[in-house]
Design a protein around this ligand. Structure first.
Ligand code: DON
Length: 304
């Protein structure tokens, strides 16, 4: 029998003693103050058991992890029509890369790079009555927790310095792949990325991807096929130019964010979330990746 408690304790001890903890993101100035020694893990199994270590209850900026939740919401409105405006191929490039977008006529490679997520934000704005409020309520419903919120300071900080996203949104607009104004779409996107959650909240929010589209509270948001496809996109695109490395080392669908969080899952079995703010050179949490590699190696629980 696997003892998850012992395994998480071993991983935690290793992580806190690792000298190279990566570098905290500073291109969004508000994120630069975060203590890089923070470290937490939370595991939720399909049997309803929870295991956790470290700072698993401390909220952090989920950043790009929000892109998966936004995609789920957009698919629940538009189904397969989403794929007319964004692809499903890994980009092999950093999350904020621009030149492919121009070469490929304003169709982003996938919904988890920034340009793809900006198209998804545009779809949400077109379909939601009060986009920011409605999206936050969706995330709160998935989590069963009304304390989940935007961090307006972080959103503002990104807006003031988000030159590459501003460029991406303008390129998308020039190709006719944004229905709404660049300003409205970016305002929504920066807020979406600024949502704060702890590892334990994030494990709840991602449970629908473990559970064939049905959330922790039994509400069905996605069909089984839609949940399968979102997991496939996480596996192939969730870590940008490091997606191959994550599949190789960890072997789970997952998504990272520059706030240092990672949410990963084994369909039908568990969701595991980690938070460690120091990033590696690809913008993914250094110790989070280390922890997840150790977890799937020690437990032999991966999709491969
Ligand atoms: O758009 C950005 O650059 C950020 N709001 C999100 C980027 C991010 O989290 C990339 N993930 N590792």
């Amino acid at each position: 029998m696997l003892d998850f408690r012992i395994i998480l304790d071993e991983i935690y001890k290793d992580a806190i003693h690792t000298k190279d903890k990566g570098v905290v993101a500073s291109y969004i100035p508000e994120l630069a103050h975060i203590d890089r020694n923070s470290f937490g893990i939370h595991l939720r199994t399909s049997e309803g058991n929870e295991y956790s270590v470290g700072d698993f209850n401390k909220p952090f900026s989920i950043q790009s992890i929000s892109k998966v939740l936004a995609l789920a919401k957009a698919i629940s409105f538009k189904g397969n029509d989403v794929w007319q405006r964004v692809g499903v191929e890994p980009s092999g490039n950093p999350f904020n890369h621009l030149s492919l977008l121009e070469l490929e006529n304003g169709i982003p490679r996938n919904p988890l790079i920034n340009s793809g997520a900006i198209v998804i934000a545009d779809i949400l704005i077109s379909h939601l009555d009060n986009p920011k409020e409605d999206f936050l309520n969706f995330v709160r419903d998935l989590t069963g927790d009304n304390s989940v919120n935007y961090n307006k300071q972080v959103a503002k900080s990104e807006k003031a310095t988000g030159y590459k996203n501003i460029a991406a949104a303008n390129l998308l607009k020039s190709f006719g792949n944004l229905e709404n104004s660049v300003d409205d779409v970016l305002d929504f996107y920066f807020h979406q990325c600024s949502i704060e959650m702890s590892c334990s909240q994030l494990s709840k929010a991602f449970y629908l991807f473990v559970n064939k589209g049905k959330c922790l509270f039994e509400k069905v948001y996605l069909t089984e096929s839609q949940a399968k496809r979102i997991n496939a996109i996480m596996l192939t695109c969730g870590f940008y130019d490091e997606a191959g490395e994550f599949a190789f080392e960890v072997g789970l669908p997952g998504k990272s964010g520059v706030g240092g969080g990672i949410a990963a899952l084994l369909p039908n079995k568990f969701v595991i979330t980690t938070w460690s703010p120091g990033l590696n050179k690809n913008g993914n949490s250094q110790l989070g990746m280390q922890a997840l590699e150790q977890f799937t190696s020690k437990t032999k629980l991966s999709i491969f």
